[in-house]
Design a protein around this ligand. Structure first.
Ligand code: GLC
Length: 444
């Protein structure tokens, strides 16, 4: 299995070259697996001020935040609430989803006794076609979401309508952004070297700061020298080292043929990849005496959290892994089974970390091929924060690819970046409305 999931340095270099090519093609409006979506926002100055609400939607955990930006580079969260979206909300009709979001915001306001006008920044962690900072259409669902009637619609307008239906008149969506853009903006509020943002969680994606002169495809009016570009890098599919398990996983996914890189790297899929490899090994009689334990027998039953638990045990005996297997009902598990399972898991996650590092390396070297400047990449997401050794393996890969200069690419952990960043973006939108002669939230 180690060989099946191995990716050589040479292969990573070819991939990086292809990635930069896809970036250019996407910016030029040519067919590309990278969507290269302008976000109609540039880095903040750090002096933006005001009180904003942020809604962070992208996984099953939804968050509402109230953020008071003091204008001195701090990012204090005044209040925060989470709720869990049940599976039916993300797969039912869009009105059910947006209704649930509006009611959740209503409860947040009531519980906090908040009133008056509150501009809201909306982080919507899916591909968005935007023509301004204020709204954008969903291009396609990813990460297994399928709510109907949302693709092709302006999701900021859908939320505003749902808020109105719930008679929440004080809150209005003033800005819309992807979670990668939110993460970049939250970090950049504090760190002027930050020029890229990355999510390594349920899904994966990268955004970065680009000169607008490099964007040759038609874009709406923006008046900026630079803009953040949401690449939707999880959809990258050129020269990827895909193996038979990647093909199997894709076939049974909600979006076959799409998000090829995401399906090799992100938390939604790592467990399933490992499970498919286990099924094959067991079928060949090399694991569990050929009798597949229940936990490996159903699609997506073996989640990525279990992979990180397995990797927490780095003892030679893998006794910890045996105990987990016992708890998960995989009995009896021989020491050899535990060790082989851990090897499979290491191979899957090791490949993911290498691919993630290479795509970030490619992003940064598009505009700075010799890595002359320092680049700080804001990274958020459960895989990055919680998976044992993931960040270290990414850093090792960057050194392998760029030698000493690899350390000029700093992977900067940015927790809660997607929520905080939405508030920063709402503040930037409010500032530009002021300088544009309009009141923030004009027309409200
Ligand atoms: C998926 C989405 C993308 C998002 C990423 C991380 O790839 O398409 O928009 O940024 O997940 O949440």
């Amino acid at each position: 299995m180690r060989r099946t999931f191995a990716v050589s340095t040479a292969r990573l270099r070819i991939m990086m070259e292809a990635f930069r090519g896809e970036m250019r093609r996407g910016l030029n409006g040519k067919p590309s697996s990278l969507r290269m979506l302008p976000a109609y926002v540039d880095r903040p100055t750090g002096r933006e001020r005001g009180t904003f609400l942020a809604l962070d939607l992208g996984g099953t955990n939804v968050r509402v935040l109230q953020v008071d930006l003091p204008g001195d580079g701090r990012l204090p969260v005044c209040a925060e609430d989470r709720f869990v979206l049940s599976r039916d909300k993300v797969t039912a009709d869009g009105s059910v989803l947006f209704g649930a979001l509006a009611r959740f915001i209503g409860r947040f306001l009531r519980e906090r006794r908040l009133s008056g006008r509150l501009p809201l920044g909306f982080t919507f962690s899916f591909p968005l076609r935007q023509a301004s900072i204020a709204g954008g259409e969903l291009i396609a669902w990813t990460k297994g979401w399928t709510a109907e009637g949302v693709v092709g619609r302006d999701v900021a307008a859908l939320l505003n309508r749902a808020l109105a239906a719930e008679r929440i008149s004080g809150v209005r969506v003033v800005s819309l952004n992807n979670d990668t853009t939110g993460t970049l903006m939250a970090r950049a509020y504090l760190d002027p070297d930050c020029d890229a943002g990355c999510i390594l969680g349920t899904g994966t994606n990268i955004c970065y700061r680009e000169r607008t002169s490099e964007i040759r495809k038609p874009v709406g009016p923006h008046g900026r020298d630079h803009m953040i570009i949401n690449m939707e890098s999880g959809n990258f599919n050129a020269v990827l080292p895909r193996n038979r398990f990647d093909v199997l996983l894709d076939r049974s996914s909600a979006n076959p043929g799409l998000q090829a890189e995401e399906k090799m790297v992100s938390g939604k899929y790592l467990g399933e990849l490992a499970r498919l490899a286990v099924v094959e090994l067991c079928g060949r009689g090399r694991l569990f005496g050929g009798r597949l334990p229940e936990i490996f027998s159903r699609r997506e039953a073996f989640g990525s959290e279990r992979l990180s638990e397995i990797e927490k045990d780095d003892s030679a005996s893998a006794d910890g892994v045996r105990e987990f297997l016992w708890d998960w009902g995989a009995r009896p598990a021989a020491a050899g089974d535990a060790r082989l399972l851990r090897d499979v898991v290491r191979a899957v996650s090791g490949r993911a970390a290498r691919l993630a590092a290479a795509t970030l390396g490619a992003t940064v070297t598009k505009n700075d091929p010799a890595l002359e400047a320092k680049h700080s990449i804001a990274v958020d997401g459960s895989v990055f924060h919680k998976y044992p050794g993931f960040k270290a393996r990414m850093e090792e890969t960057l050194r392998e690819l760029f030698g000493g200069r690899g350390s000029r690419i700093a992977l900067a952990p940015m927790r809660d970046g997607s929520g905080l960043g939405a508030a920063v973006i709402a503040a930037v939108a409010a500032e530009s409305a002021k300088t544009g002669g309009k009141k923030p939230g004009a027309g409200w």
